[in-house]
Design a protein around this ligand. Structure first.
Ligand code: NAD
Length: 279
């Protein structure tokens, strides 16, 4: 039986609809409208697209948003000054600096400058530390979206073997942490892992966040496994994930599509974090 598809687009719409209701109720009760500032440095076309999608999503649910487009020629000090102003701006509850930053910027220094209470991406070391120690914090948006997708199929992760491919700070590591918190037995694989296919074949839950088109083949997947494809790559004019969808769907129990899977969930979780920041 082919895999059942976890429809991220549909799930994200449900989350956005709920948020829209919540924001309406907040504002009707006399509370401030949640506000998000998105900072974009340089003219990376993919970043521009992501930023406009995020702003559109804000407008749809009733989040105030402002975009700060800065030329790649600005200095790091000037960028930090913009963040400093936003840190102090009472209209702004969440600040997002679109990554990657152009050459010459120290991303970690820039992230460290965002007030942790406004760090809706959950990338500040204080928030990462809180996540690591099981404290309430902003969970990074893509990992939070992955967990929502797993929750949507009602899987109990206790004792399940979870394999995460990719160890980035924004996806792989926090996903692994969240799976661990749910009592899964977690293996993190990366570019230096030996026998990657063999590791993946052990997984009841396989989360792939690499950025290598269709890396994961059908014979890497345990029959019936849940496969979450985080990857996004352009192959010609087509957007593809890290999982060879057509063949893996014949083996997996559940599978996320690309596009229409984790991507829309990431944006929905950004909105969720922004509303939480305003409360
Ligand atoms: P990254 O480049 O920071 O990290 C990639 C990871 O993959 C690294 O840890 C590396 O060790 C590992 N890796 C590289 N080649 C490998 C190989 N051959 N075998 C095993 N592991 C390998 O990337 P990232 O920011 O974590 O993003 C990963 C992918 O997810 C990208 O395609 C990105 O576009 C996508 N992404 C999607 C969303 C979304 O909303 N859907 C959000 C963030 C990232």
């Amino acid at each position: 039986m082919p895999a059942r598809i976890i429809d991220g687009k549909l799930l994200a719409k449900q989350i956005r609809d709920d948020l829209a209701q919540k924001i309406k109720a907040m504002v009707n009760a006399g509370n401030q409208q949640p506000g998000l500032a998105v900072v974009l440095v340089g003219d990376n076309p993919a970043s521009q697209l992501y930023v406009s999608m995020k702003q559109k999503a804000c407008a749809e649910v009733g989040i105030y948003s402002e975009e700060h487009r800065l030329p790649a020629s600005i200095s790091q000090e000037e960028l930090l000054a913009v963040i400093e102003r936003l840190n102090k701006d009472p209209k702004i509850h969440g600040i997002l600096v679109q990554l990657p930053l152009p050459e010459g910027f120290d991303e970690q220094v820039v992230i460290n400058h965002i007030k942790p209470e406004k760090d809706v991406d959950g990338f500040h070391p204080i928030n990462i530390g809180k996540l690591q120690t099981g404290q309430k914090t902003f969970v990074p948006c893509t990992p939070a979206g992955v967990m929502k997708m797993l929750d949507s199929i009602g899987i109990d992760l206790t004792g399940k073997k979870a394999v995460v491919v990719g160890r980035s700070n924004i996806v792989g590591k926090p996903v692994a942490q969240l799976l661990l918190q749910r009592n899964a037995t977690v293996t993190i694989c990366h570019s230096k892992t030996n026998n990657l296919a063999e590791e993946c074949r052990q997984a009841d839950v396989l989360v792939v966040a690499v950025g290598h088109p269709e890396l994961v083949k059908a014979d890497w997947v345990k029959p019936g496994a849940v496969v979450i494809d985080v990857g996004i790559s352009k192959v010609g004019s087509k957007t593809v994930g890290d999982v060879a969808f057509d063949e893996v769907k014949e083996v997996a129990g559940w599978l996320t599509p690309v596009p229409g899977g984790v991507g829309p969930m990431t944006i929905a979780m950004l909105l969720t974090n922004t509303v939480a920041a305003a409360n």
